[in-house]
Design a protein around this ligand. Sequence first.
Ligand SMILES: [Zn+2]
Ligand SMILES: [Zn+2]
Length: 262
Amino acid sequence: MNYYDQHLHTYFSFDSEENFEDYLICEPEYFVSTDHFDLNNPASDGKDDIPDYPAYIEKLRTLREEYPTKFLRGIEIGVVPGQEKQIVDYLMEHPYDLKLVSIHQNGHFDYMDGKVLTMDKFQTADEYFSQMLTVLERFPEGDVLTHFDYGLRRLSFTPDELAEHFEGKLTRIFKKVIEREMAFELNAKSFLKYGNYKLYRYAVPLYQSLGGKLFTLGSDAHVAEDYQLGFKEMSQLLEKCHVDQLLVIQGKDRSLTSIPTL
Ligand SMILES: [Zn+2]
Ligand SMILES: [Zn+2]
């Protein structure tokens, strides 16, 4: 099996209008969208953003009739501490084959909001990583920890600053990821669009030094042009770190497949 993009958005996300058909022009062997689930989302004025599950399942059913591609059900779950039970209950009734776990917001603001520019960056990052650790400790669902640096995208940190101020917390976070057999995602939005590749150059070896072996690549595309964005650059970093396989999650089935050669 060739590796395929395990993080992308369609019109089932509040912040994307992209159609499946535009992603499917190349008729990939497998396809999974991971649309946003964020309760009480400040990016939507406090609304619960939940992908329309019946419509999603119906869409996948019709696509299966039109394409040779195998379609999986995916979701990107943003978690704020306190929401764990509600989300677990929801997922019991709405099964998915791939569940990404993300920290996007804290109940008051999204970490990408301009508001963070007016705040102390070390304190903001500290709160962000604390929230991530709490979520990993209390929220039992999820296959992949996405964009570990989401809360830093607007704060311009250097790897040295991360090491000096947050290595302890990141160590606890990555140990939790490893203990839970989740994968560490290299996220193309972070890596390329927000220029955080240097933070990944620091974080990947740290995660490996603790025993971490499971990686995924995600474009985080919100438009079809970004499908598999950054795969070349992110694969190059992993190869430098002597990683030659990526994790693919297909419900209860997990497999390792070669890093794409592009
Ligand atoms: Zn995200
Ligand atoms: Zn995303």
